[in-house]
Each structure stands twice: as structure tokens, then as C-alpha cells.
Design a protein around this ligand. Structure first.
Ligand SMILES: NC(=O)c1ccc[n+]([C@@H]2O[C@H](COP(=O)([O-])OP(=O)(O)OC[C@H]3O[C@@H](n4cnc5c(N)ncnc54)[C@H](O)[C@@H]3O)[C@@H](O)[C@H]2O)c1
Length: 432
């Protein structure tokens, strides 16, 4: 154990990252910038090629930063998983989606651990960073890595550390977000703490791997439930003709005991719509109900249909039907300032509008194309003339780079689901 800790402290350890996506690539670059020799592994050849040519595909990793660590030889990427035999530590950063029945799909974790097990050697530190249900590390990973008689805490070290990165956040990034870590044994926590201590500003050890796994689920459940609450308040306010945005701004002036959350067209991204169900799935197995999670899931899942109702109302006010109307969706990424469309409510809204016979189009300066299978025209130009051709415009994701006020007086009825047109009022503007 001490030998590995010394290697970590002296930056002589070779670090592996499995999965070079939104989480894995920034982590790999942070390790390399700190002076470690890093090997990134991914099944996706285009990502591996991108890394090796210093061409970043992740918004939080500027090309110059990536190119610098690649050119200095500190970071390489490969699809050759046999090279796992040469690393001292490996962070697993693979996807953890939900299956068709909304149960956890940990098949990516199992595949990644299978690759590690095939190159298992003593003295290895393995840390899972993918969000998952409590018990995954001990119940799924530990048995696979122990298969050939390797003893955890002695021959190898196993820990969980939740990744909390917030793509596009200008203040908080991989190294200045406190890093919670819990090992299967105290030795495991200690070794993992020594790895993160070389790159992260703050490391927060917790007493067990299950606590570390549950920390992440609490954080995201907290957001999902509070967004669900404020979405329900928005539905109530809509029914009573009260401006929910002004209500929230008013409440937020209280200097204690209130934290503002904002309503919206529905949840998006790889975390908030998914992670709470990892917790409820496991809790149900233990005989515990997850009523807040289920209720928030229902309310948040209903919001795209509420948006559709507002579009119908706006068109109806102009004696038009959804069927045959031209409807523009503005902002298709799931949050402002980024290009990620995973679970974006914009895609549901476009689909529902098309099903009702609308001629749909989308505009988003961060997104090049929609996922395959969505038949929808892309608006190339953001001008009064271009948006004036539409009967309705739905602001789903308000990118800072877009001047939404251009929609005003351009012609379409505007459904503003994000208060992007704060301060404006008028018969052509319907707010969530
Ligand atoms: N994106 C976020 O903002 C965020 C924030 C915190 C936590 N997380 C969690 O981190 C994990 C990773 O998320 P992400 O957003 O980076 O996903 P991602 O889809 O951007 O990246 C995952 C990468 O893993 C690769 N991969 C899949 N199977 C593999 C395997 N067997 N071996 C090697 N590589 C493999 C994929 O090709 C992909 O490049 C998830 O559990 C997610 O919930 C994500």
C-alpha cells in the first residue's frame, strides 16, 4: 500500500481512465496537467482519435489544454484495453442509464470492470465515478475483481467517488469541486485519498463506499424533488394567473431558509432525470418507499405536456390549430450554454408537436444536428425575418448567446418556458 501511495505522491503512478466522456476527459486532462502519465480508454474510436489529435469534443476542455497535455506526452488515448495491465490506478467513468423499464442499467460498469479484471494485477487502485445505486461497488465490482484470489485492501484497492462535474459551469470544474471518496476498506479510502489529493483542492473521505454512493444520489434527488415542487407551484400559479417567476424572485429575497429553484419545460441531462431512480430502485428492494422521488418524477415528466398545452392555447388565441401551424423550438440542448441534448425535453416537445401535425423547426447555436430519427427543419439564421415565418416560438433552453427579445414583435406567439423574456409582457407572450 505504501509503495502505491509513494508513487502517487511522487506522480510516478500511471493513471488509467475508462470512458472519455463529459466526466472522464476533464478528469484525464486534470491528472495529466498535474504531472501524471495518463492513459484514457474508450470503445469509441472517434473519441480516442479526437484525444490523440488534441481535438476536444467536450465543452469544458478547451482544445489548447488538451493539445498541451497530448503534445507533452502526458495523455494518450487508446481502444486497446490490454494496456490496462500497465496502470497503477483506474477511474471508471462510463454511462449509467436507465433501462426500458426505468431500472438501473449497469451493463457499462460491468463491461468496464470485465476489462479491468482481464488485466488484474496486484497494487491496483480502482475507483468507480459513475453514478449508481448504493451497493454497486461492493456487490458487483468487488466479486469480479476478487475472482483470482486478489484481496481487497491488501492486494488491490477499491473505492467509489461521485463525480459532480457541472458541464459549462464557469466557476466550478473538476479540480475545485470537493471530492467525496469512500473505500471498501480504510486502506482503500486512504490510497484513493492520496490520488485525489494530488489534483483536487479538497478531498472529503467518508466512512464507507455505500455512503459515498448515496451522497451523489441525495444531491441529485434534492434537485429533482425541489424542481418538482417548483414545477407544481408553477402549474398552480398558471391556473390562478399568477406570475410564478415573480413569486420566486420575491421569496428569494429572504436571506435564510429559502433556496430558489426554477420551473421549466421538463428535466434534461444524464443526471437529474435518471439518478433518483437508481436510489428508489434499490430502496424498494430494501422495503423502503421513495414517494418524493416518484412524485417529482411524475410532475417533472408532465411538464413537456404542459408546454404543449400552452402552445395550443397561444395558437388558439389566434384562431389557429397546432395542426398545420409552423412552430419553432428555440434551444434544444438540455441546459443553457452547452451542446448536450441527452434527455432534453425539447426533443419530447418537438415530437409531440409533430404528432399533432405541426410543421416543426429548431434553432440552437450550440447544436449542429438533432439525434437520428427526428424529422425537423433546422433554422440557420436568427433574424426577425426568419423567426417571423413562424406561428409560434417555444423558448425551451435560453442560451446566453441568443437575443430572445428579437422574437418580440416578429410575429409568432411566444411560449417562454424559462423566463428568458423577463420584464416583457404582452398578448403575444405566454410564460410558463
Ligand atoms: N455528464 C455529467 O454532467 C455528469 C456529472 C456527474 C456524474 N456523471 C456520471 O458520470 C458517468 C459518465 O457520464 P458521462 O456524462 O461522462 O458519459 P458520456 O456518455 O459522456 O461518456 C461515457 C464514455 O464511456 C465510454 N464507454 C462506454 N462503455 C465503455 C467501456 N466498457 N469501456 C470504456 N469506455 C466505455 C463511452 O464510449 C463514452 O465515451 C455517468 O454515470 C453519469 O451519470 C455525469
Amino acid at each position: 500500500m505504501q509503495q502505491l501511495i509513494d508513487k502517487l505522491i511522487n506522480k510516478e503512478a500511471r493513471l488509467g481512465i475508462l470512458g472519455l466522456g463529459y466526466v472522464g476527459l476533464p478528469l484525464a486532462v486534470s491528472y495529466a496537467k498535474a504531472g501524471f502519465q495518463v492513459i484514457g480508454f474508450d470503445l469509441d474510436e472517434s473519441k480516442v482519435a479526437g484525444v490523440n489529435s488534441g481535438d476536444s469534443y467536450i465543452i469544458d476542455v478547451p482544445n489548447e489544454q488538451l493539445a498541451e497535455v497530448v503534445q507533452s506526452g502526458k495523455l494518450t488515448a487508446t481502444t486497446d484495453f490490454s494496456q490496462l495491465a500497465s496502470v497503477d490506478s483506474v477511474n471508471i467513468c462510463v454511462p449509467t442509464p436507465l433501462g426500458k423499464t426505468r431500472d438501473p442499467d449497469i451493463s457499462f460498469i460491468q463491461a468496464a470492470v470485465g476489462s479491468i479484471a482481464a488485466s488484474m494485477h496486484s497494487g491496483l487502485l480502482v475507483i468507480l465515478e459513475s453514478t449508481t445505486y448504493p451497493g454497486t461497488t461492493e456487490e458487483v465490482i468487488l466479486p469480479l475483481l476478487s475472482e483470482n484470489g486478489f484481496q481487497v485492501g491488501k492486494d488491490f484497492f477499491l473505492a467509489f467517488s461521485p463525480e459532480r462535474v457541472d458541464p459549462g459551469n464557469p466557476t466550478y470544474h473538476t479540480t475545485n469541486i470537493p471530492k467525496v471518496v469512500g473505500g471498501v476498506t480504510p486502506n482503500c479510502t486512504e490510497v484513493a485519498r492520496n490520488l485525489y489529493g494530488q489534483v483536487m483542492d479538497t478531498v472529503v473521505p467518508v466512512s464507507s463506499v455505500r455512503v459515498a454512493e448515496t451522497v451523489k444520489l441525495l444531491e441529485n434527488t434534492f434537485r429533482s424533488v425541489n424542481i418538482g415542487l417548483v414545477n407544481e407551484i408553477a402549474l398552480m400559479c398558471s391556473a390562478m394567473d399568477i406570475d410564478v417567476w415573480e413569486v420566486i424572485d420575491g421569496a428569494a429575497t429572504k436571506p435564510f431558509g429559502f433556496m430558489p429553484f426554477y420551473p421549466g419545460p421538463g428535466l434534461g441531462g444524464h443526471c437529474i432525470p435518471i439518478d433518483p431512480f437508481y436510489l428508489s430502485w434499490k430502496a424498494k428492494q430494501a422495503g423502503s418507499e421513495a414517494r418524493f422521488i416518484d412524485l417529482a418524477g411524475q410532475i417533472n415528466g408532465f411538464m413537456p405536456r404542459h408546454v404543449l398545452k400552452l402552445v395550443t392555447r397561444g395558437l388558439n388565441d389566434r384562431r389557429k390549430s397546432v395542426n398545420g401551424s409552423k412552430v419553432l423550438v428555440v434551444g434544444v440542448a438540455y441546459k443553457p450554454g452547452i451542446d448536450d441534448m441527452r434527455e432534453s425535453p425539447a426533443l419530447d416537445i418537438l415530437e409531440m408537436l409533430a404528432n399533432l401535425g405541426a410543421e416543426t423547426a429548431w434553432y440552437d447555436p450550440h447544436v449542429e444536428s438533432l439525434p437520428a430519427g427526428i424529422d425537423c427543419v433546422q433554422l440557420q439564421e436568427w433574424s426577425k425575418v426568419a423567426v417571423g415565418a413562424f406561428d409560434a416560438a417555444v423558448i425551451v433552453t435560453p442560451h446566453p448567446a441568443v437575443d430572445h427579445s428579437l422574437l418580440l414583435e416578429s410575429g409568432p406567439v411566444i411560449i417562454d418556458t424559462r423566463n428568458a423574456l423577463k420584464g416583457y409582457q404582452g398578448p403575444d407572450l405566454i410564460k410558463l
